[in-house]
Design a protein around this ligand. Structure first.
Ligand code: HOZ
Length: 428
């Protein structure tokens, strides 16, 4: 019996499913979630002392690796000065200035505590600005667990088979329209069906909650054009992509400017942080300057701001993104190469520090239907065997993977070597 197993037994008695967020459960891959003790750089160490090379990175924020000394020092210094004031502090101003400088579409922003809060609030602003309640999202995209977004959602909602959650009022769910990712015709068709009712499109500019699916050429540009023609607000949900696919997020990488952007954990380096921001005209509607109510006692928390600022400082280092992207590409190409050698059909993608592995013979995956049609049984076996080999991947075929700047070429080589053995066995 392991310490991890004992903890899971105790957890199950007091916490639904034994986990505090469903994506952590191993429901879709079999087995039990692992309880961790500590993490450093590219590695996580479980409570039984086993080391794993980590490709979840706390679902994105550990872009500089775990427990980076610069970030830990900033957190320790801030913590020593008090954990929360419920009143303004300097760190919030510095953070807002840094984000607005790095992401040109941000005139102003509001700090919140999670991506879920950010998307809920951005949607409220968009609805208030346009006076229209319906909005378009994309099947398999995930924007947190706000009621309006849990309709054909990705991530854990999809993994656990509840993309449209019970408890979401039907009257609200009916305002959520789902289009097909990378399919502009499906977006136009919804505007034709509801010509005067749609105030907003929200999109993951690189989808990271149905595995990793990049935007097709022209897709994001097309959404911008449609929003301009229809007078709708375009929201980029950069909770996953913000600072992961480039210093100015996906919007910088693909050169498309949204009206509002939402950010999540990556701007807190692992602390509970999110933000939403954008055009001055929209953000001036936010309380207390405007009538759109939005609030949070812990928003802009001084410890979280210190962590986030330290993280952003590291991202500004010369060549950071080139190195991160090269490492991620090495991993994705390595997986593909050993899968080909083993005779297992696989397609991989890499965008910035994000990657995806699809068990399919299709050359590319561009929407949720295609992601769901991949061989999920093969993914389960791959996941389980990689875990035994000390490689920690997301326990779901519907999640992107993440590489950090702490992953070395040797870590990638070790990972690919493990994958090679696993895939050969799978092919037997
Ligand atoms: N967006 C994250 C997974 N794709 C959410 C993590 C969670 O729900 O815990």
């Amino acid at each position: 019996m392991t310490v991890s197993h004992d903890l899971f037994d105790r957890a199950r008695a007091r916490i639904p499913g034994g986990v505090n967020s469903p994506v952590r459960a191993f429901a879709a891959v079999g087995g039990e979630p692992i309880f961790f003790d500590h993490a450093e750089g590219a590695y996580m160490f479980d409570v039984d002392g086993k080391r794993y090379i980590d490709y979840v990175g706390s679902w994105g924020p550990m872009i500089c690796g775990h427990a980076h000394p610069h970030i830990i020092e900033a957190v320790q210094q801030a913590a020593a000065k008090g954990l929360s004031f419920g009143a303004p502090a300097a760190g919030e101003v510095t953070m807002a200035e840094m984000l607005c400088e790095m992401i040109p579409s941000l005139d102003r922003l509001r700090m919140v505590n999670s991506g879920t809060e950010a998307t809920m609030s951005a949607l409220r602003v968009a609805r208030a600005a346009t006076g229209k309640d319906r909005f378009i999202k994309f099947e398999g995209n995930y924007h947190g667990h706000g009621d309006s977004f849990l309709v054909k959602a990705g991530s854990g909602a999809q993994t656990l088979g509840v993309p449209t959650s019970p408890g979401v009022p039907a009257a609200l769910a009916e305002l959520t329209l789902n289009a097909r990712y990378n399919d502009l015709d499906s977006v136009s068709a919804l505007f034709d069906e509801y010509p005067d009712d749609i105030g907003c499109i929200i999109v993951e500019p690189v989808a990271g909650n149905m595995n990793c699916v990049p935007p097709a050429p022209g897709f994001l540009e097309g959404l911008r054009r449609i929003c301009d023609e229809q007078g709708a607000v375009l929201i980029f949900d950069e909770v996953m992509t913000g600072f992961r696919v480039g210093p100015a997020g996906a919007q910088g990488r693909y050169g498309v400017t949204p009206d509002l952007t939402t950010f999540g954990k990556v701007i807190g380096a692992g602390m509970p942080v999110g933000a939403f921001g954008g055009k001055y005209e929209l953000m001036k509607m936010v309380s207390p300057e405007g009538p759109v109510y939005q609030a949070g006692t812990l928003s802009g928390n001084p410890v979280a701001m210190a962590a986030g600022i330290a993280n952003l400082e590291l991202l500004k280092e010369e060549g950071f993104y080139e190195r991160l992207e090269a490492r991620t590409r090495q991993l994705a190409d390595g997986f593909k190469q050993v899968a080909d050698q083993a005779g297992v059909s696989m397609t991989t993608v890499a965008v910035g520090g994000m990657f995806g592995i699809f068990f399919t013979d299709a050359a590319e995956v561009s929407n949720f239907e295609q992601a769901a049609a991949c061989n999920i049984e093969q993914f389960k076996t791959f996941f389980t065997e990689m875990l035994k080999g000390g490689i920690y991947l997301a326990p779901s075929a519907f999640e992107a993977g993440f590489v950090s700047s702490a992953h070395t070429a040797a870590d990638i080589t070790e990972t690919v070597a493990c994958a090679s053995e696993v895939l050969k066995k799978m092919a037997e």
